[in-house]
Design a protein around this ligand. Sequence first.
Ligand SMILES: C[S@@+](CC[C@H](N)C(=O)[O-])C[C@H]1O[C@@H](n2cnc3c(N)ncnc32)[C@H](O)[C@@H]1O
Length: 237
Amino acid sequence: MKKLKNWDKTSWLSSLKYNLCLVNYLSKKIKFTKKTKVLDIGCGRGLLISALKNRFNFKNLPIGIDIVKHKIRDKKIKFINTSAVNYLKKTRLKFDLILFKQSIHFFRLSEIKTLIFNAQRILNKNGKIIILSLNTKSNDWPKFKCFKMKLSKSLKKDEKIMSLIKSILKEFKISNFNFRVVLMKSIYLKMLNNRFTSCLLNLSSKDLNKGIEEVNRMYGKKINFFDRLMCLEHKKK
Ligand SMILES: C[S@@+](CC[C@H](N)C(=O)[O-])C[C@H]1O[C@@H](n2cnc3c(N)ncnc32)[C@H](O)[C@@H]1O
């Protein structure tokens, strides 16, 4: 798969409001203290761990792993540019929270087994693995025809991934995170043009431009929808 470079560039996904909502959501699941050690797998630009660090002032810098070498401005997080599978296999560090936010579907099923087994290995007692992924039953992102087809295929793969993870972890809780997005259509069209999601990476420029026109015709100046994620959490006893 081509690398995803523009996901959290300029969109609701990079907004402080979105990341603060996620921080609130996570803080209902985890008793964060200054001592909490956090690892974010596929952290993108590290905006979520930055927001967590700002809120809880962790003693140990939260670590973010990503295969894309993003320019990270926040010095209060530790960014490691490597593949998550390598990192998780090798690290001797232990964590209280291991996050996979919208990153798990980038891996093959065999890699996911390795990731989850190793995440369990490096989780402290009472620590949690939290996996956030697009809600496979309901997705409101404005889409054009071939984007819809690609996304529906990708969500089917996500269902397989979730079943595999549930079969490995055995004990888990499921909940939902919904964020109301209100943005100018022009910004969303730019996101499409920047191929913000993996479903757009392999589209031809012709199909992408046609799709952008389609969305442009379908929506007014402002776009309004819910970004819906499902959350699987597992606690190490
Ligand atoms: C959809 S983005 C999510 C980014 C961030 N977690 C967020 O929600 O804003 C998926 C991220 O996973 C990263 N990724 C994909 N394959 C990876 C791998 N093998 N190792 C580490 N990161 C990877 C991508 O580069 C991308 O930044």
